[in-house]
Design a protein around this ligand. Structure first.
Ligand code: PLP
Ligand code: COI
Length: 361
């Protein structure tokens, strides 16, 4: 594939910060872009990070034909940059595209665009604990038309953001979730298994409701208000008193989290116990009260392992998980998972890919 670079030679416009403790605030100097028209992708290129030119009638602005992914790259002690399970993100991006009637982005285009972009921006990858180079691939519809139908043209872009933890306190500060019957994130047959931008727009009002109630986020239920589903930015888990991690089943209204899938795959190798099941809300509440559930939290790329120590209910009551402290099972899993990502603990074959140094070719 012929990816063009503009401008050449690449010029640093900003100085990469030595430490980062915010999520998603900082941009690197460049981005990768490709255009879709006439049924094919054209002109893959790396350009300075800068605004797009978009028609006011562009379909993405009116009907939300927009999707995104979230992945991470880490600097290891050998000084090289490694991307984490990006193969899974590429597949999920195309799953989201199929749900939103958008074209597939070939995996070789996604991967080579990302590798070349990171190679150029490798100085921006932080090497500090709880920080990483957050990768944000996204695609949006650009056709200037007001009919409600799939656009014929799109832009695919990858931008990078050196980031700290998603929740300001990182792993060491547990969060509170509101369990509500009032709002739902997704329904069966809808867009919940995709990273459609509209899913996140729809989560803003429930998130405000949660904050007003004294929580950090919503733990969504299924549309019948019977089963646990997930949080707007991460999958949910709890830990039983025998140390088993339990994740709600990936029904067709739950995002198939790459972090959850990885946890289940690691459990499959016998490192610890984890399983998925349908979790009735009433059992979840009873098990927290009885002490059968001892820890809880969320799994996600941005969230990694985010402990939850309290749940608020709409009747004003609250439930504390275990002794309210961050538990040893969540800590051990967080250390294992982030240790693999940062190269301190061996990861399964193929989970990390080293970013090549193309310029030396
Ligand atoms: N659920 C939702 C709704 C998300 O936005 C995310 C983040 O991507 C996750 C779960 C976690 O998925 P992953 O582990 O692939 O980042
Ligand atoms: C991620 O974890 O990468 C996400 O996409 C979640 C988010 C910040 C919306």
């Amino acid at each position: 594939m012929n990816i063009s670079y503009a401008p050449l030679p690449v010029e640093r416009r900003q100085t990469p910060p030595a430490t980062v403790d915010t999520f998603g605030e900082i941009r690197t100097d460049h981005m990768f872009v490709a255009d879709y028209r006439g049924g094919a992708w054209h002109d893959p290129r790396i350009v300075p990070y800068s605004p797009f030119s978009l028609a006011p009638g562009a379909a993405c602005l009116h009907y939300g034909q927009t999707l995104f992914e979230g992945a991470k790259a880490f600097k290891h002690t050998d000084g090289e940059v490694y991307i984490w399970r990006f193969d899974e993100n590429m597949k999920r991006l195309n799953h989201s595209a199929s749900i939103l009637m958008m074209p597939e982005v070939p995996e070789d285009l996604q991967l080579e665009g990302l590798m070349r972009l990171i190679d150029l921006e490798r100085d921006w990858c932080p090497g500090k604990p709880e920080s990483s180079l957050y990768i944000r691939p996204f695609m949006f519809a650009t056709q200037d038309m007001l009919g409600v139908k799939p656009s014929k043209t799109y832009i695919f872009c990858i931008m990078l953001s050196p980031s700290g933890p998603y929740y300001a306190g990182g792993f060491n500060e547990a969060i509170t979730l509101l369990i509500t019957e009032k709002y739902h994130r997704a329904v069966s047959g809808g867009t919940g298994t995709s990273k459609a931008a509209g899913n996140y727009a729809a989560s803003l009002r429930p998130a405000k409701h949660a904050v007003d109630a004294g929580a950090d986020q919503v733990l969504y239920l299924d549309a019948s208000n019977t089963y646990l589903e997930e949080v707007g930015t991460m999958n949910h888990f709890h830990v039983l008193d025998d140390g088993t991690f339990v994740i709600p089943r990936f029904d067709d209204s739950v995002l198939r989290s790459i972090t959850s899938v990885s946890v289940l795959e690691l459990a499959g190798q016998g490192r610890f116990k984890a399983r998925q099941e349908k979790i009735p809300l009433k059992d979840f509440i009873a098990d927290i009260k009885s002490g059968r559930i001892i820890e809880a939290g969320g799994f996600g790329t941005a969230a990694v392992v985010s402990p939850v120590n309290r749940y608020l209910l709409e009747d004003g009551s609250s439930l504390t998980v275990g002794d309210g402290k961050i538990g040893r099972h969540s800590r051990a899993l967080y250390e294992l998972y982030s240790g693999m990502q940062t190269g301190l603990v061996p990861a399964p074959e193929g989970w990390l890919r080293k970013v090549p140094r193309f310029k030396a070719d």
